[in-house]
Write a protein that binds this ligand. Structure first.
Ligand SMILES: *Cc1c(COP(=O)(O)O)cnc(C)c1O
Length: 497
């Protein structure tokens, strides 16, 4: 099976090449030329298997130029010991017909671990498949959780190096501490005095900068990306939607073939796009509900067909969703336009030059036949955290709270009683001040003090991965302006630091 670029269908590559390149040279994103299909019987068969095996079959269906044994080796390395109880995507029932899929039992306590624990292994196999023996330099912009998850995934992996840029004033203290204390002999971490969108677009421009590329080439290195534009991030995420459906079948909550709805707290549109891909594979998902925080550009887009970044940017209590340019939306546009690469190129050019694009009514209708949307501000989110705790003794983080709020609103608005899977993307202890404030109504300025109070209030334990940060040694204190990012990369790439 081949992969094509959203901006030029003539660019055709294998899965391994797509994973190695990260982004197409024309600026487009790689998407499958066709989608594998799972029948009801296939899904039934998968329901009897543990997570790692389910992931193996999903990945195997997409990564057709990989040896099946290699994929199995990757899923075993990624999904066994590194997740609590060897269960990367457990499902919690929360009242009638509502389920929460918890994707934060990995090393960094956010859903990005599910993709980033396996991506480095997929990259190593991709190099083997293409006969490439260069070193890979991973360049990543993070709104908080990607960076740490990528650092954990890549640390000390042979022939790889990783540089992570994060917005100095746009991530939580715990997120920052997680990155600044990162261990490993092949990692660099650097704050940028700008917001995430700006940091990400500078990373993209360094990534495609021919001079930087050729300079790195002299040192036997090539760029690759761990951002959610990389196919190697998206495909492992498809696996947990397939797995969630299988788990609901295995636990007798649904009959195989029944439809479910899914609500996803969304930023870069990667997580929810993976759900859409699972739907395209034949997983019976009816509606995908796209949940945003106060940065509700996606809500507006799904309502009106106008994607307009000329608006205020807000720093919220769900910082990993503080995004105005949702890169993976490009893949949806490609799909919904009937794979119209020139239209996608035009829309993306309009986004670049005017910060805005508009899709035609026909395409909007198609998008709205699958996607619903909604958003919620910090205060409403805090009420949801409090209500969930009081009603179900269930503690959720601020991102999950956005999803729960929007899912509830969807149910109220539509009366649709299809069973609803809500995706929970981070541990509540990753954002302890906001969660403590939501539950208790009191402020606590220090993350760790808030976490302790939250523990005694709720009886819930802070994951050890987070509590041990308190004693961890800070290894990185770099902060640069956006104009200094390129030099930072070149210096590290030359091995000068
Ligand atoms: C990254 C992230 C999101 C947003 O996911 P996208 O794939 O960018 O839409 C939501 N919640 C948390 C906790 C995250 O880390």
């Amino acid at each position: 099976m081949k992969y094509q670029s959203t901006r030029n269908k003539n660019t055709e590559v294998t899965a391994s090449e797509a994973i190695l390149r990260g982004i197409s040279e024309d600026g487009g994103l790689f998407v499958p030329k066709e989608f594998p299909r799972f029948s009801v019987d296939d899904i039934k068969a998968l329901s009897g298997l543990p997570y790692g095996k389910r992931a193996c079959y999903v990945l195997g269906a997409f990564l057709t130029d990989f040896e099946f044994d290699d994929i199995q080796e990757c899923t075993e390395k990624a999904y066994s010991a590194n997740f609590e109880n060897c269960e990367p995507a457990p499902i919690v029932r929360l009242g009638e017909g509502k389920y929460i899929m918890e994707l934060w039992h990995g090393p960094t306590c956010a859903f990005k671990d599910l993709a980033l624990q396996i991506l480095p292994h997929l990259l190593v196999k991709s190099k083997k498949n293409t006969g490439d023996d260069s070193s890979v330099l991973i360049l990543t912009a993070t709104s908080g959780d990607t960076g740490k998850a990528a650092l954990e995934g890549f640390k000390n992996v042979d022939k790889t190096e990783i540089i992570v840029f994060y917005p100095e004033f746009g991530v939580s203290n715990i997120q920052k501490l997680q990155m600044k204390t990162q261990q490993g002999n092949n990692v660099s971490v650097c704050g940028v005095t700008d917001n995430f969108d700006c940091t990400q677009s500078f990373v993209k421009s360094i990534f495609t900068d021919e001079d930087v590329r050729s300079e790195l080439g002299k040192y036997g290195k090539r760029f690759s990306s761990a951002n959610s534009i990389n196919l190697g991030r998206l495909l492992p995420q498809v696996a947990y939607y397939v797995s969630a459906y299988c788990s609901l079948v295995a636990e007798g909550e649904i009959e195989c073939g029944d439809e479910i709805n899914v609500t996803v707290p969304t930023g870069n549109f990667g997580n929810i796009l993976s759900a859409y891909y699972a739907r395209k594979m034949g997983i019976p998902i009816k509606t995908l509900v796209c949940a945003s925080n106060r940065n509700n550009i996606l809500t507006d887009f799904i309502e009106t067909g106008v994607y307009d970044t000329n608006r205020n940017f807000f720093v919220t209590e769900s910082p990993s969703m503080d995004i105005l340019i949702s890169s993976n939306l490009e893949r949806l546009l490609f799909d919904m336009s009937g794979e119209n690469d020139s239209l996608v190129s035009e829309l993306m050019e309009s986004l670049r030059s005017e910060g805005k694009y508009i899709v035609c009514d026909d395409m909007l209708r198609k998008i709205r036949s699958v996607f619903s949307s909604g958003y919620c501000g910090d205060e409403t989110g805090r009420e949801t955290i409090k209500n969930l705790f009081e009603e179900y003794s269930y503690l959720c983080d601020t991102h999950t709270a956005v999803a729960v709020t929007v899912a509830n609103e969807y149910l109220r608005k539509t009366g649709d009683n299809t069973k609803m899977l809500i995706v929970s993307t981070a541990s509540p202890y990753k954002f302890p001040r906001a969660v403590y404030r939501a539950v208790s109504g009191e402020d606590e300025a220090d993350d760790f003090a808030a976490a302790e109070k939250l523990e005694s209030l709720t009886g819930n334990r802070m994951p050890e991965q987070l509590s041990k940060l308190r004693e961890a040694e800070v290894r990185f204190n770099n902060v640069v302006s956006r104009d200094e990012m390129r030099d930072f990369v070149l210096t590290r790439g030359r091995g000068e630091n």
